[in-house]
Design a binder for this molecule. Structure first.
Ligand SMILES: *Cc1c(COP(=O)(O)O)cnc(C)c1O
Length: 360
């Protein structure tokens, strides 16, 4: 069977070159007679894989030397607790920007650990745009600000980085590696790897060194950034295979010309879809223009029956996982790095055809 164009929000498409290389190395990794899945994480062969993964990621993302790179487990959702446990002192405060479902969950989790407030929220508008910079209200003396840069479910993205002296903690699960970012603007960056980086099971945390060592005494060992950093992400068995896939993804990114090039490719894909959406009136694009995500693009016919038919018929054409999240309805096309331009072309062609054949 042919491979499909998979528009899933996550786990999502991986580059074909990466899957092929992994397949080629499945039975016998570089002549050692076993798969990466089967090797000891303490072996010399694996040591090299994890070191190379970190080195390549530092190169791809231009991560400054005063940041630690941690390869953890538990998904981005575990970081919702790890962040306050590591950064919020017993008497401290933190402010959360609510721009969607995941930042709201992060806020609710953090509230268990101390004085946590909302800096701004666009919930009233069903998160169809991100808070304006002028509307952010940060308190004095906060330990950190939390934000989710790209809102996977609602298809929005912050067009700015907030100005604050407090460290910014950013959930970048669905935009990591999609374009260059200035890591030094952030205190902590975290991301579940299953959207744009690897398979499910790996969580990336990038943390500025001066923020290490502030964890509460009660912090579970496995959630303590300093312990994980001191042990090179090998306090216990790390998600070895996912780290190997992340390494292959970084090699692929470098072969593609790096994140500047990736950004240009992603912009071209997103523009194709948004330009079509803006030039017709069959589908509604619910997100305000200045908050649009380059990675996740929701659109609706506003008729649940037609939306359902759309997703079913698209599936038969090899355009799969287009059903929108239940909080937004309609459809959502996730077009991460691995989605080729041709996939978006095929989607737009199908959208045109469907609109013609299914009058409202
Ligand atoms: C998918 C996602 C999460 C949840 O990730 P898990 O790894 O499943 O816990 C959190 N935040 C964002 C922005 C996401 O896209």
């Amino acid at each position: 069977m042919e491979r499909v164009y998979n528009f899933s929000a996550g786990p999502s498409m991986l580059p074909e070159a990466v899957l092929k290389k992994a397949a080629l190395e499945t039975l016998n990794y570089e002549g050692c007679g076993m798969s990466v899945m089967e090797m000891s994480h303490r072996s010399a062969v694996y040591e090299k894989i994890i070191k190379d993964a970190e080195k390549l990621l530092r190169e791809v993302m231009a991560i400054p030397d005063n940041y630690k790179v941690l390869f953890l487990q538990g998904g981005a959702s575990t970081q919702f607790a790890a962040v306050p446990l590591n950064l919020l002192s017993e008497t401290g405060k933190a402010d959360y920007i609510l721009s969607g479902q995941f930042s709201t969950k992060a806020y609710q989790e953090a509230k268990k650990y101390g004085d946590v407030a909302v800096a701004a929220s666009t919930k009233e508008w069903n998160f169809s745009f991100v808070p304006n910079e002028e509307d952010l209200k940060f308190r004095d003396g906060i330990d950190y600000v939390h934000m989710c840069v790209n809102n996977t479910i609602y298809g929005t993205k912050f067009p700015y980085i907030p100005k604050t002296n407090a460290p910014i903690v950013a959930d970048m699960s669905s935009c990591i590696l999609s374009e260059p970012i200035n890591v030094s603007k952030f205190g902590v960056i975290y991301a579940g790897a299953q959207k744009n980086m690897s398979a499910a099971g790996l969580t990336l945390v990038i943390v500025r060194e001066d923020l290490l060592g502030k964890a509460r005494a009660c912090t579970p060992t496995m959630l303590n950034y300093k312990i994980m950093a001191d042990n090179g992400s090998m306090y216990n068995t790390p998600p070895t295979y996912c780290i190997y896939i992340a390494k292959l993804v970084c090699e692929w990114l470098l072969s593609m010309g790096g994140l500047q090039k990736m950004k240009a490719l992603n912009e071209r894909k997103a523009a194709l879809l948004y330009e079509y959406l803006d030039g017709q009136d069959y589908y509604i694009a619910p997100v305000e223009k200045n908050s649009r995500s380059m990675m996740n693009v929701p659109f609706l016919t506003q008729n649940p029956e037609l939306d359902k038919r759309f997703a079913e018929q698209a599936e038969k054409r090899g355009l799969v996982n287009l059903k929108g999240h239940r909080l937004v309805g309609g459809m959502r096309a996730s077009i991460y790095n691995a989605m080729p331009y041709e996939g978006v072309e095929a989607l737009v062609a199908f959208m045109k055809e469907f609109a013609e054949k299914n009058p409202k």
